[in-house]
Design a protein around this ligand. Sequence first.
Ligand code: SAM
Length: 248
Amino acid sequence: MAELYDDIGVGYRDRRRPDPRVAAAIVRALEGTDSVVNAGAGAGSYEPADRFVVAVEPAMTMIRQRRAGSAAVLQAVAADLPFRDDGFAAALAILTIHHWPDKARGLDELARVARCRVVVVTWDPSISGFWLADDYPPEILENDRKIFPTIDDYRRAFGRIDVCPMVIPHDCVDGFLGAYWRRPHAYLDAGVRGAISTFAKLPPRSVESGVERLRRDLDDGTWARRHGHLLDRTEIDLGYRIVVAAKL
Ligand SMILES: C[S@@+](CC[C@H](N)C(=O)[O-])C[C@H]1O[C@@H](n2cnc3c(N)ncnc32)[C@H](O)[C@@H]1O
């Protein structure tokens, strides 16, 4: 999977900018922790600047996009974190675990290196109802359901957990899959899709037919008839979750 991001990660930093409201939710989850390891750190979005942070990221394309002055980064994978037990107050993993080839081992590693807390931003595969993933094309939901751990998987790995919805504002600055839920035309843009790994994992023919159908449904009013009610909303719960495990 590191190879995937060496490939699709080009230009990631420009499209996947941290959203301040999402950032505030993550900082709240990390409250009271003075050191953090950020596994699958990518270009460094959402790393708190007010405490000691070390980033772990396998893809050099992503490492190169980290801003000057951001936290130190090690090129490594989550399944084999090069740190001692309890080496950090908190371990953080944001929208990355679905990419890990050995998820159970990666989760064990997060728990091993975190003294107080593990914070994971993920998507709950039991939740559906996002118009894009359901229809444009339906393989999005099918595929994501196969690769995202269930909430029970986190319970098995960490024991007791708190799970909070991470609602998505209508003008989300970040560019992950659900970010443009109220801006459907955005998904017609190959640049937008290029910064979303879901599209890279599907057969190009499925993506093309989904995009073409979306274009048609937007042009002839079908999308507006089915989903136009969303245009009145300012935020939505699409199943993104912040999972917090306190280590006792
Ligand atoms: C969607 S990006 C998220 C990056 C960052 N956490 C963010 O929120 O912007 C997923 C990241 O997970 C990384 N990744 C893939 N496989 C990994 C693994 N086995 N261990 C750690 N990170 C991995 C990818 O290289 C990529 O940078």
